[in-house]
Design a protein around this ligand. Structure first.
Ligand code: UD1
Length: 370
């Protein structure tokens, strides 16, 4: 590009733990394109060291140029606070494009503000649908995709969803999975950790559990059912359970802390990216309600039992190593037995989950933005 030519200004907006994992490879690729300048905004939706700074450190993401410091709140309060703060910033920055990733409240807030200001919007990880409108993320996904100008998808089923909703084909780009880009890039580093040893566990002889969905942890009945089922499983195989801040608050509030001190149960704070990846890779299987972990286990071919009624990531079930369990504990125990007896299905890796999704996305942006 000519020396004095103005660079194309891209603003990347992140707020919560899974966003950080997804934006890291995008920033790396943007750094390689001379005509782009880019600014990182962190809304502050996640703010604890373990939920935010630790990820920036381990993923080697630059410090955000702008930190909004919004913090927690109800769905509306959190989204509204982000919108108010972001509008002012984006009006000053006047970017040529805003990039949002995933489906968290920061994604939705940024999408609404950008499109109302007339700033072109790219959504990375578009088109996923659980069809469960009780999930805040489903609302975030629907609205963000409706507003986005460029929709980058992780798998072909997402393209089908978008087309069925009337999104013109020319806006949709099947690019692959940026979360798996990060996994592939950092797996060799995580492999050196053998984090299971720090907890006195044995390779391929423990279960990694994560739980944070409101439907599981905000109902005492459901949370108790899950914890007592985990206790049953822990009699066969040790469990390690890094506890999300919300889940921890609810366990205390509902008087269920006794479950956490059972033998064969290891409880930790939320883990950094590398420790988590190390524990995932060496586990026998995973029990989770996370979206990202369904994908990461598929990429690693580790059995994943998902405590949700549905998934917006069906490819992890049809091609990958995931099974949707809901709260059917008989089915959970059946699947655990299959895994323990090495009779569980063997998954395969979906197309474009190859570590090059961010490269494809930035290449496309480079063609579009001139
Ligand atoms: C958010 C995303 C979810 C994603 C998850 C990953 C939405 C609607 N949900 O859920 O899709 O899977 O992040 O973790 O955006 N808290 C802290 N410290 C923190 C962050 C949160 O204590 O650093 C506590 C607060 O009590 C807060 C609660 O956790 O109220 C929930 O945080 P919030 O950002 O609202 O949603 P998550 O459940 O983390």
């Amino acid at each position: 590009m000519a020396k004095n030519q103005r660079k194309i200004k891209i603003v990347n907006i992140v707020g919560a733990r899974p966003n950080f994992i997804k934006i890291a490879p995008i920033i790396n690729e943007l750094n390689k394109v001379k005509k782009f300048s880019h600014i990182l905004i962190h809304t502050g939706q996640h703010f604890d060291y373990e939920m935010s700074s630790l990820f920036f450190k381990q993923l080697k993401i630059k410090q955000p140029e702008i930190y909004l410091g919004i913090g927690s709140g109800s769905q509306a309060v959190q989204t509204a606070k982000i919108m108010i703060a972001l509008e002012k910033v984006l009006m000053e920055l006047k970017p040529d494009l805003v990039n949002v990733v995933g489906d968290v409240n920061s994604t939705l807030a940024a999408a609404i503000v950008s499109s109302k200001l007339g700033i072109p919007l790219a959504h990375i990880e578009a088109g996923l649908r659980s069809r469960d409108m009780r999930m805040p993320e489903e609302i975030n996904r629907l609205v963000t995709d409706r507003l986005a100008d460029y929709l980058f998808t992780t798998s072909a089923d997402a393209d089908v969803n978008l087309k069925a909703e009337g999104v013109p084909k020319k806006k949709i780009f099947l690019a692959g999975n940026v979360m798996i880009d990060t996994l592939r890039a950092l797996k060799p580093v995580a492999d050196k950790l053998s984090a299971y040893k720090d907890y006195g566990l044995k390779k391929k002889n423990y279960v990694l559990v994560t739980l944070h969905r409101p439907s599981n942890v905000e109902s005492k009945t459901n949370l108790k059912l899950i914890l007592s089922s985990l206790e049953t499983i822990s009699r066969k195989i040790p469990i390690i359970f890094p506890v999300h801040p919300r889940t921890f608050k609810k366990i205390k509030l509902f008087g269920l802390t006794a479950f956490l001190s059972k033998p064969n149960f290891t409880i930790t704070k939320p883990l950094g990216y590398l420790e988590n990846l190390s524990l995932l890779s060496n586990s026998k299987f995973v029990i989770t309600d996370s979206g990202g972990i369904q994908e990461e286990t598929t990429a690693l071919n580790i059995p994943c039992l998902t405590l949700r009624e549905n998934t917006e990531r069906p490819i992890t079930v049809t091609e990958g190593s995931n099974t949707v369990i809901g709260l059917d504990m008989d089915f959970l125990f059946k699947c655990v037995n299959r895994i323990m007896n090495n009779k569980y299905k063997k998954g395969s890796i979906p197309k474009y989950w190859d570590g090059k999704a961010a490269y494809r996305i930035v290449k496309k942006l480079s063609q579009i933005l001139n």
